[in-house]
Ligand binder design. Structure first.
Ligand code: EPZ
Length: 416
């Protein structure tokens, strides 16, 4: 098991280049199944979740050729299987996007029930309700979701909870259904728009992505495409958090500022000076950090995937902050690790009270999931002493070359 060793106290200074968005990549890679023509996808991040999604496609018979460090050619014309192997599906929740993609292409799909994770039960009832509305039947047999249909037919689908995954899965399945599908109360995240743009680039007919009503007119034939995915707003936000606690002076490059508005707004309210350019942000953290109250919510609200990182920042801010988790039941598991470093945070259900102004001290800590791991790196960079962070594999799921990028910014971090 890999460990990061971080010596706190360095002021981050310089430039960092943001890679493509993990959650856009994890939706667009399965979406290439809808076309029998080769697609080139660029600006893909080199992270383990993307590698896993490539592995799933290859196991089903797809051809994937690296074009350069961040782009691949994917040809799914040779795909002949409709089953995602259990041992691969279990490694990543987002493997359930293969349900919608395989159903759209082959009218059947077999994917293992996604594992839960440590921030609470993660149901997929909305996904299954959506597939049934389109005319598919499902059964769960030995932990595998088996979807079948004779014909996918457009339908009006209302999600009573805003769900990124369910919106993505129904976007995929409805793309080749007969007739029109309307998704109401759809998720509006940037990666939903990116998926819709990719699908339209291969010939789909989708309008309204990014609003809460998406209309999909089914098409039968899909073509090839050369598509570049959006930058990762959560990776960008994570580096903003790292600059915040190290009195940093950092240019964060290759971002889409519009996708970062809620994060920029919150970081400015705690005292960061942020200059916005067309595709980059300059972050200056040259004074004491102020307390702030944060509630994570669906886009365009403050993203839940930045909740652990902002909580780590707030342990350094003066005063008491309240962090409310608006999406997941139990996304404060990492707080115990921050407290081991001297943070004073009490959690009651979906609310964490952060007593700021603490000088965190190094301690051996463990990452329990991807964004919790990022929060521990934030804390370690601002803490005194040498912190050891276990389970680097979680962090490597979503952050390309985090050691190289932080070292280039002047941090002292190494993997052992
Ligand atoms: C996606 O998860 C992301 N994962 C998550 O990021 C992110 O936290 C989440 O969206 C919210 O933005 C990927 O994109 C791969 P949801 P997803 O369906 O789709 C409830 C990361 O670190 N719900 O939007 O699983 C659910 O319980 C990960 O990249 C149902 O009730 O999230 C939750 O309370 C962590 N029934 C709420 O909806 C369903 O059928 C939002 O979940 C589906 C969801």
């Amino acid at each position: 098991m890999g460990r990061f060793i971080v010596d706190g106290g360095a002021h981050l200074k310089g430039e960092v280049k943001i890679n493509g968005a993990k959650n856009a990549a994890l939706a667009i890679i399965p979406a290439t199944l809808l076309s029998k023509k080769p697609c080139v996808i660029s600006n893909l991040p080199n992270i383990s979740d993307v590698d896993l999604s490539f592995q799933i496609l290859k196991t089903m018979g797809a051809k994937i050729e690296k074009q350069d460090e961040h782009s691949v050619m994917i040809d799914t014309s040779t795909v002949h299987k409709t089953e995602v192997p259990f041992e691969l599906a279990m490694k990543m929740r987002a493997s359930y996007y293969y349900l919608g993609a395989l159903l759209a292409r082959f009218k059947e799909a077999n994917v293992a029930m996604p594992g839960g994770c440590n921030f609470g039960v993660r149901p997929i009832n909305l996904h299954l309700k959506g597939f049934e509305s389109l005319g598919a039947n499902y059964e769960i047999d030995g932990g595998i979701i088996r979807l079948r249909t004779t014909n996918l037919t457009g339908a009006k689908i209302y999600f009573d909870v805003v769900s990124v995954g369910a919106t993505i899965n129904i976007l995929l399945a409805a793309t080749t259904a007969d007739g029109v599908t309307i998704i109401e109360n759809a998720a509006k995240e940037p990666h939903i728009v990116d998926l819709a743009n990719f699908l339209n680039s291969i010939g789909a007919n989708i309008i309204g992505a990014g609003t809460n009503i998406i209309k999909i007119k089914g098409v039968k034939e899909l073509n090839s495409s050369d598509y570049t995915i959006i930058p990762d707003q959560i990776e960008a936000g994570s580096y903003m958090a790292m600059a915040a606690v190290t009195r940093g002076d950092v240019l964060i490059k290759d971002v889409t500022p519009k996708h970062l508005e809620s994060i920029v707004n919150k970081m400015e309210s705690i005292g960061l000076k942020i200059k916005k350019y067309d595709s980059s942000l300059h972050i200056l953290s040259d004074g004491d950090l102020e307390k702030a109250d944060v509630t994570s919510q669906a886009y365009p609200g403050f993203p839940t995937d930045m909740q652990p990182q902002i909580t780590a920042v707030l342990t350094f801010a003066k005063g008491t902050s309240i962090v409310t988790e608006g999406i997941w039941d139990n996304r404060f598991q990492y707080v115990g690790e921050l407290c081991r470093m001297g943070a004073a945070i009490t959690v009651d259900g979906k609310v964490a009270v952060v007593e700021g102004g603490k000088i965190l001290k190094a301690a051996p800590v463990e990452a329990c999931d991807l964004r919790a791991g990022a929060a521990l790196i934030v804390a370690a960079l601002g803490a005194k002493g040498q912190t050891e962070i276990k389970n680097t594999r979680y962090i490597e799921r979503g952050y390309e070359d985090i050691v190289g990028k932080l070292t280039a910014l002047g941090a002292s971090i190494k993997k052992v």
